[in-house]
Design a protein around this ligand. Sequence first.
Ligand code: OGA
Ligand code: NI
Length: 333
Amino acid sequence: MELLSSWCYDGSLPESYVMPPERRPGKLIVPFGKSIPVIDLECHDRNETIQQIMKAGEEYGFFQVINHGVSVDLMDETMNVAEEFHAMPGLDKERECSKDPNGSCKLYTSSYAYPREDFHYWRDVVTHPCHPLEECIQFWPEKPTRYRKVVAAYLVELRKLSCKILELICEGLGLSTGYLSSHLIELPKIMINHYPPCPEPSLTLGLSKHRDPSIITILLQGRIQGLQVFKDGQWIGVEPLPHAFVVNIGYLLQIISNGKLEGAEHRVVTNSRDARTTISYFVYPSDQSLIEPAKALVNACNPAIHKAFKFVDFFTAFVLKPHNTARPHTLNC
Ligand code: OGA
Ligand code: NI
């Protein structure tokens, strides 16, 4: 498997990247969902914030947050390091991602299921665990030289931000403030996506339609557009807002909330001009965590939408399959 960024600048588009007609992105320029809510986390009325998050979570499964407490400098610095990482020669990237004999740091192209895919996606990825920091940092890349320092600082902030958002969601759902904590958020992962410019954006995808297999995902999408959300049978773009984070409800939270919140489907389109780098922070439970609708949300009028399952079983069964084959839930890996 050769990384996309090692060959794509020669301008070619191999057949395996051409989506079949029904999967092509169609219109590349879709309206920005002005309606995808932008929520000010420093709003002084906590109840108001909770109501906004709940409404967005019910209607879109997506929202953006501003005044979130993460410093602009740290966000910029992390994005710079992410871009510098993907700009390194392929062999350097491979070396930097093979420090753990157990392979916890992964570098791949398209999706993790690349060898079994019928079609490939126009992206390269590096992903690794981030908690507890002291245990996993030794396996992270050491190049660019600031990688560990900057990414560690970023992840400390993202953990705080994710807890803040999850507390608000718990309150909004009427669950105890700490319901979405401890083992349910124990093994977050960072994923640095890189979508180089693509010669034929109308034939390709950066990522196909999927739901994230997470509790929530917090995305730093930088300046370049490409993320789209499927809402009421239409694609709407998520506008890149400087220094905002895009938050989406994952499939696990859809189940825990017993369907009250929507794990929204989304995809990534490419463009022919600009490389796009994004940083996803997935809030994942520990492997043995039991995922099920919160008891407080199940009653005669709202029967459980799903049986209980162990996170690791779900992750293995769904996520390790290629996401372009037919299956009930299309998830990203
Ligand atoms: C993801 C994802 C969106 C983006 O990583 O699951 O949907 O814009 N990323 O990169
Ligand atoms: Ni996603």
